[in-house]
Design a protein around this ligand. Structure first.
Ligand code: NAD
Length: 492
């Protein structure tokens, strides 16, 4: 078993508790690594280190151009090690090597993009409406940022936050998911080997209540950037509000993937299957509600079921595997419980609905790709996030009904529209309440395209130029270049 201590102020560090917990390999259902069990004392040490690095030493002394150059070097260093990082992630969260290696190979682009942005964060000269003043704005890093991440795509989702926070000049304490901490620790060590000054990025591993809670509460943390479930996000938002801290929340989804009869049905069927079964449905943007126009409903269902039934399950490290295990034992049980819920709600099971007992799946936590039809949009299966390979199929008659069903959700993260009618594509993109709409594609993301949710799916945007603003404060400077300050009782 490998052992992973904390990473604070540029060094590996034993946890104050002296304790470690086990991280599991979901493919074999056995522990493979020991992870330090951090607590509030470790959080205090890490935030202290981040605060020192923010205010003294090389980081605040760096020009924006030098910071940009460093970020681009970090991107190069990550590129060299991206395959190792992908293998650690596959071991730890059981997602496909094919998916994780593509993610880790893409991560350098964020460091290149945000590296390029560092020296373009300009203030403005304001043509102020009062005579005798020169008025301008500058931007400053918001301060120490707490980054709290989930288990499904640990490094990619970390990078969305980290690259923008570093571009802004912030320093960071990361609290990775207790289920998938290993790759984050390897990643941060790699960044420091490539020249990131000690203390700029620190990692405290452990559990939500023992590390995440104290981190959000720490008075020197000025911003919390969280990706995870909406229940935890809401709690963190309340806690951050008590400390008057900035907060970004990337939360869950119940995304509608909408197939119109006029669509290229081959593409739509591929998009429907990829939307829910890629990543074993463990993605916040899973197209977990498949809305199909009534006239093609039966045909599309038959084709989705037939294609999903061909999915090769097994070892996620094998590039030929198409559906891997569920990442945690609890999640595996949660997915199975939703299959029971859907059955009791009267939905018709068309595929799967059981743990996978194929020999290639061994003792791993596998659930067969599952398709339910005849799902009511008011049912729990249609309203609650399963975060697994379970598809809810809902029929609709026309555009108006599709929009009404799509928007009848407390979530609003992603949506797919499959149509060959360009006017309909624009109308749907405008009418659907979600942070992203994909037309005739699904799950596309990029470092330059804003990503985030509306409604219970979250607050704030990651990726793209504006995301750096999530880590900046604006400062307004007034300089009197006119008459000396006069009457102290009158505001000028
Ligand atoms: P989770 O909310 O259980 O945990 C996320 C992180 O929060 C973990 O690091 C956890 O330890 C920490 N945490 C838990 N309790 C905490 C507390 N009281 N204070 C501070 N931190 C605490 O989520 P998860 O199960 O790891 O991830 C799955 C969820 O993440 C799904 O709901 C999914 O939709 C969501 N997600 C969203 C996006 C997005 O970009 N919108 C992306 C991926 C996953």
């Amino acid at each position: 078993m490998q052992t992973y201590p904390l990473h604070i102020d540029g060094a590996r560090r034993e946890p104050a508790s002296g304790e470690y917990f086990e991280s599991y390999d979901p493919f074999v259902g056995q522990p493979w690594a020991r992870i330090a069990r951090g607590n509030a004392d470790d959080v205090d040490a890490a935030v202290g280190a981040a605060h020192r690095a923010l205010t003294t030493g090389p980081w605040p002394e760096m020009t924006a151009s030098a910071r940009g150059k460093l970020l681009r070097c970090l991107g190069e260093a990550i590129a060299e090690r991206s395959d190792d990082l992908a293998r650690t992630e596959v071991r730890d969260n059981g997602k496909l090597y094919a998916e994780m290696s593509a993610q880790t190979a893409y991560i350098p682009e964020w460091f290149h993009y945000y590296g390029g942005l560092c020296d373009k964060l300009e203030g403005t000269v304001v043509p102020i409406d009062k005579k005798g003043y020169f008025a301008y704005t500058t931007t400053a890093p918001v301060g120490v940022v707490a980054i709290i991440t989930p288990w499904n795509s640990p490094l990619l989702l970390l990078t969305w936050k980290l690259a923008a926070a570093l571009a802004a000049g912030c320093t960071v304490v990361i609290k990775p998911s207790e289920h998938t901490s290993a790759s984050t620790l390897e990643f941060v060590a790699l960044l420091e080997d490539a020249g990131l000054p000690p203390g700029v990025v620190n990692v405290v591993t452990g559990f939500g209540a023992e590390v995440g809670g104290p981190l959000v509460d720490h008075p020197q943390v000025r911003k919390v950037s969280f990706t995870g479930s909406d229940a935890t996000g809401r709690r963190i938002g309340e806690q951050a509000a008590r400390g008057v801290k900035h907060v970004s929340l990337e939360l869950g989804g119940k995304s509608p993937n909408i197939v119109f009869a006029d669509a290229d049905l081959d593409a739509a069927v591929n998009g429907a299957v990829s939307g829910i079964f890629a990543a074993t449905g463990q993605t916040c943007i899973a197209g977990s509600r498949l809305l199909i126009q009534s006239s093609v409903h039966d045909e599309v269902v038959d084709r989705v079921v037939a294609l999903a039934a061909t999915a090769r399950m097994g070892d996620p490290a094998d590039p030929a595997t198409q559906v891997g295990p569920v990442t945690t034992r609890d999640q595996y049980q949660k997915v199975l419980s939703y299959i029971d819920i859907a059955t009791s709600e009267g939905a018709q099971l068309r595929l799967g609905g059981v743990p996978a007992t194929r020999p290639e799946c061994g003792d791993g936590w596998f659930v067969e790709p599952t398709v339910f039809t005849g799902v009511e949009n008011t049912s729990r299966l249609a309203q609650e996030e399963v975060f697994g390979p379970v598809l809810a199929v809902i029929p609709f008659d026309d555009e108006k009904e599709a929009i009404a069903i799509a928007n009848d959700s407390r979530y609003g993260l992603g949506a797919g529209v499959w149509t060959s009618d360009i006017g309909r594509a624009f109308r749907m993109a405008e009418a659907i309440h979600s942070g992203t709409v994909w037309v005739n594609t699904y799950r596309a993301v990029s470092y330059m395209m804003p990503f985030g949710g509306v409604k219970d799916s979250g607050l704030g945007r990651e990726n793209g130029i504006d995301a750096v603003g999530e880590y900046l404060e604006t400062k307004s400077v007034w300089i009197n270049i006119g008459a000396p300050t006069g009457n102290p009782f009158v505001l000028r």
